[in-house]
Design a protein around this ligand. Structure first.
Ligand code: ADP
Length: 176
């Protein structure tokens, strides 16, 4: 059975990698599909994100990497996948993921969404959190594969966040 694991992976974290590795043990083939979503402004290009994933998944023989810019179920059908693989972390994920699963089921009843619960140590971990830490100079070496931690560090050392200077208090009365 083929499973598609769709997502932004901006960038891939150890939490994503954990789901990919466990998915590869459950399914004959897993396709990690990086979304080209024009509504999101990613830090890394789709090409960079695919290369990041490739760099840390060399050991997985039944894994394939791809990109897509259609509805997820349309992509899954095109690839003959019967399963959409998703990860669940905390309760807040559940509401969104359930909504997506129901929507996808209404669009394509033959495609099932299968959720894997995150491993305990990654339950707090998200790509946004990783970017936020790296942006302010914190270490993300324990959250993402080593080469990606280095890339994030370089990325933000070139473009440090703009620190806003306190604005002078606005006068309450017009001054003339
Ligand atoms: P999307 O934009 O589709 O949410 P993400 O890259 O943020 O893309 O997430 C892709 C999938 O990976 C989602 O199902 C998300 O819940 C899951 N995921 C993200 N981080 C983790 C984690 N730390 N542990 C388990 N699953 C995760």
């Amino acid at each position: 059975m083929i499973a598609v694991y769709p997502g932004s992976f901006d960038p891939i974290t150890l939490g994503h990698l954990d789901i990919i590795e466990r998915g590869c043990q459950l399914f004959e083939r897993v396709i990690v599909a990086v979304a080209r979503n024009p509504n999101k402004a990613p830090l890394f290009t789709v090409h960079q994100r695919v290369e990041h994933i490739r760099s840390c998944t060399q050991h997985l023989v039944n894994l394939e990497l791809d990109t897509f810019d259609t509805l997820t179920v349309t992509y899954a059908r095109k690839r003959n996948a019967l399963v959409l693989l998703r990860g669940l972390r905390v309760l807040s994920d559940f509401e969104y993921e359930l909504q997506m699963a129901h929507t996808n089921q209404s669009l394509s009843p033959q495609v099932e969404t299968v959720f894997l619960a995150t491993s305990n140590e990654y339950s707090f971990l998200s790509s946004s959190l990783v970017k936020e830490i790296a942006k302010f100079g914190g270490s993300v070496a324990h959250l993402v594969p080593k080469n990606i931690a280095i890339e994030l560090e370089q990325c933000f050392s070139k473009n440090p966040p703009l620190v806003s200077t306190p604005t002078p208090m606005a006068p309450t009365m017009p001054m003339d």
